[in-house]
Design a protein around this ligand. Structure first.
Ligand SMILES: [Fe+2]
Length: 211
C-alpha cells in the first residue's frame, strides 16, 4: 500500500512538504518532480558471498526479496553539507543459522557518521571499527543508533516480522561496499540456542590456521 500524504490540506500560503514521512510505518510519500524518491531493491541473488552457509543460501530462490529501501536524495551525491534520508525494510528470513541482513558498508568519506532508528520489528545493528573489532546494538521500535565515522555497519532482522528502520546520512558520505565484499565483517550474527549471538569469525579462522 502506498503512503498518501495529505498535502491538499496545507493552508495557503504555506507550501506543502516535499516529502511526507509516516513515523508509525516508515513509509515515505509525496515528493516533487525535482526530487523524486528512489527505490533500491536487493534480492537473495544480489547477496552472493554474504552468508556463511552456502548450501542454505542456494536453497533460497534467487529472486526472493531480502531488503528494500526508499531514498529521498534532495541534493546531488557528494554535496557538502547536504543530507539524505531513507527507510529500509529487511525481510524476516534465516539463511541456515544466520539472520537475513544487509550487505553492509563503510562510508567512502570515512569521517561521515549516520543515524539509524528502528520503526518496526526487531533487529541488530552490527558495527565494525577499522581495527575489525565488532559489536552489535539491539534495534526495537524507538531505538536510535548513532553510527560514528570509520565504522562499517549492517542490519540484521532477528525477529519474525519485517524490520523497518529509518536513516539519515550526509550527502557526501558515499558507500564503500567493496571493502566489506573483500574482507567481510569480523563477526557473524548467528542464532545459537534460539538467540542471536555475535560470533567472532576472524578468531575462528585464526584457530583453524593453527590446526
Ligand atoms: Fe551508511
Amino acid at each position: 500500500m502506498t503512503f498518501e500524504p495529505t498535502q491538499n490540506t496545507t493552508p495557503s500560503p504555506l507550501l506543502p512538504a516535499a516529502v511526507c514521512f509516516d513515523g508509525c510505518t516508515g513509509e515515505l510519500g509525496g515528493g516533487n518532480l525535482n526530487t523524486p524518491l528512489q527505490k533500491l531493491r536487493r534480492t537473495i541473488g544480489d547477496l552472493i558471498g554474504v552468508f556463511a552457509d552456502q548450501q542454505a543460501y542456494n536453497e533460497i530462490a534467487p529472486g526472493t526479496l531480502a531488503y528494500e529501501a526508499n531514498l529521498y536524495l534532495p541534493v546531488k551525491q557528494g554535496t557538502q553539507g547536504g543530507l539524505f534520508f531513507g527507510n529500509t525494510k529487511v525481510m524476516p528470513m534465516m539463511i541456515g543459522n544466520e539472520y537475513n541482513m544487509t550487505k553492509g558498508h563503510f562510508h567512502k568519506n570515512r569521517d561521515a557518521a549516520e543515524y539509524y532508528w528502528c520503526i518496526a520489528g526487531e533487529g541488530a545493528l552490527i558495527l565494525m571499527n577499522e581495527d575489525r573489532s565488532c559489536r552489535a546494538e539491539y534495534m526495537t521500535p524507538g531505538s536510535l543508533h548513532y553510527i560514528p565515522g570509520r565504522t562499517a555497519h549492517r542490519v540484521a532482522n532477528i525477529g519474525k516480522h519485517v524490520l523497518t528502520l529509518g536513516a539519515c546520512w550526509p550527502a557526501d558520505a558515499g558507500h564503500d561496499y567493496e571493502t566489506i565484499a573483500k574482507q567481510g565483517f569480523s563477526a557473524r550474527l548467528l542464532c545459537v540456542n534460539g538467540k542471536p549471538q555475535l560470533v567472532d569469525i576472524d578468531k575462528r579462522e585464526n584457530e583453524h590456521d593453527r590446526c
